[in-house]
Design a protein around this ligand. Structure first.
Ligand SMILES: Cc1cc2nc3c(=O)[nH]c(=O)nc-3n(C[C@H](O)[C@H](O)[C@H](O)COP(=O)(O)OP(=O)(O)OC[C@H]3O[C@@H](n4cnc5c(N)ncnc54)[C@H](O)[C@@H]3O)c2cc1C
Length: 409
């Protein structure tokens, strides 16, 4: 039975889900987004570095990012352990936040097409279309289903069970510091920049983002911290993911459950490893939390009437800062490929052909950038290759930069 207009079921209501919904709606589809969370999503203030491609996607979708899109960051600075500046690079960029993007995209889609508390458990397909089955027993049928349900994707888990996240060998400690505390610790110039420190085998960075409620006023913003630290998969990670109650969490641990001893260990490392400016700022960080870093490479992005998009398809270590652009471009390619083909399955094959190589390139580049985040190497050649990316000039030139995608055919 043909549906008119054609209907897309989009699983996951974050970046890839919202971009997919907006691009497909623009192409004439009826769209519904099904998000597992029973309450409106928030991104814990996570900072997102932006790129011209992100602005281009938003303007293509007539989403007005405006003056309050984020905090302008003039460039990059690297500090040594004593707190001396050892590198500076001008590279203007806007630091926005997950919350701001979510607000813009969600506002453009509108509430009626966005359904909270819908947890997909299974997908089935027959001649009539594709059906999403939810944990409450309800189901929805459409012409195409988009798995935009992130790195633990239930959609991918059913269709490609062999594709699993691969632990990168390090974790990211993350946190936010109020602007006033950060400026008192490091001064206005450093607060305004994307600032790095590179202890051996580690990588610390901070940059300004909007304060709560997207507050962009001077004095009300926050400093967003990401600190990559090696953590051996067998020796360290299980301990880091174990709560004070003794419960061991699998892939990540909710921030309030991180054991006091684990926080204490991180605080000791702050005192030993960071320059005085970052030490003073870290001492004021509100509820730092840790996130193990994973890669994930899907072997397919289309199976029958089902497409994978965003982190459900490829998870990229954060060094290239391109997860949102990748999600937006997946969504644009999906809508274009479906528009170019009468048959949905043919359209999804074309989508996969357009995007699978890009996903692989993102993962490979981020692996190169993170390759020195360890304390031991298999050979001198491997060490030399990895450490090339740890030089201050390279870190400033390569972090949160998408030139590698544009430079390749
Ligand atoms: C430390 C760090 C820093 C980063 N910095 C940047 C940056 O500067 N720039 C950038 O572009 N990217 C950055 N990223 C990456 C970026 O955050 C992700 O690539 C992006 O959020 C992926 O969006 P997504 O919609 O694909 O997945 P997600 O954001 O993971 O969303 C998946 C959604 O699906 C829902 N869901 C899951 N399962 C189900 C189900 N069964 N049924 C229904 N719904 C379900 C989830 O609740 C969630 O809302 C960073 C990531 C990290 C970890």
């Amino acid at each position: 039975m043909a549906r008119t207009p054609r209907r897309a079921l989009i699983i996951g209501g974050s970046m890839a889900g919202l971009f997919s919904a907006l691009y497909l709606k623009r192409a004439g589809w009826r769209v519904d987004v099904f998000e597992r969370s029973p309450v409106a999503l928030t991104g814990r203030g996570a900072g997102i570095m932006t790129h011209p491609e992100m602005r281009a996607a938003l303007s293509e979708l007539a989403v007005e990012a405006g003056e309050d899109f984020g905090v302008p960051v003039p460039g990059r600075i690297v500090l040594d352990h004593a707190g001396n500046e050892i590198g500076r690079l001008a590279r203007p960029q806007i630091a926005t936040s997950w919350n701001r993007l979510f607000e813009l995209l969600g506002g453009a889609l509108g509430a009626p097409a966005y359904h909270l508390g819908r947890d997909l458990v299974r997908v089935s397909e027959d001649a009539d279309g594709v059906t999403a089955h939810f944990s409450d027993g309800a189901s929805e049928t459409g012409d195409v289903l988009v798995g935009a349900d992130g790195f633990r994707s239930a959609v991918r888990g059913q269709l490609l069970p062999e594709v699993q996240p691969q632990y990168a060998g390090y974790v990211a400690w993350r946190g936010l510091v109020d602007e006033r505390d950060a400026v008192a610790a490091m001064g206005e110039d450093m607060f305004a920049h994307l600032s790095f420190h590179l202890p051996p085998g580690e990588h610390f960075l901070g940059y300004p983002v909007a304060g709560s409620g997207n507050d962009l006023r001077t004095g009300h913003r926050s400093w967003n911290i990401v600190w990559y630290r090696p953590a051996d998969a067998d020796r360290d990670l299980p301990r880091l993911l174990t709560a004070d109650t003794g419960k061991r969490h699998e892939l990540s641990i909710p921030p309030p459950l991180i054991a006091r001893g684990t926080i204490g260990e991180m605080r000791d490392a702050v005192a030993r490893l960071l320059p005085p400016q970052f030490r003073a700022a870290m001492d004021k960080a509100q509820q730092p939390f840790l996130q193990p870093i994973y890669d994930l490479e899907s072997t397919a992005m289309a199976v029958g009437r089902v497409a994978l998009a965003g982190d459900a398809a490829f998870v990229v270590r954060p060094h290239v800062g391109g997860g949102v652009v990748k999600a937006a471009e997946d969504a644009a390619a999906l809508a274009a490929s479906l528009s170019a083909h009468q048959d949905v399955v043919d359209g999804l094959r074309a989508y996969e052909a357009a995007r699978i190589g890009v996903g692989r390139r993102f993962v490979a580049q981020a692996r190169r950038l993170g390759s020195y985040l360890r304390h031991d190497f298999a050979s001198e050649a491997e060490r030399a290759r990895a450490l090339w990316h740890a030089a201050p000039a390279q870190v400033m030139a390569e972090t949160a930069v998408l030139d590698f995608v544009r430079d390749q055919p």
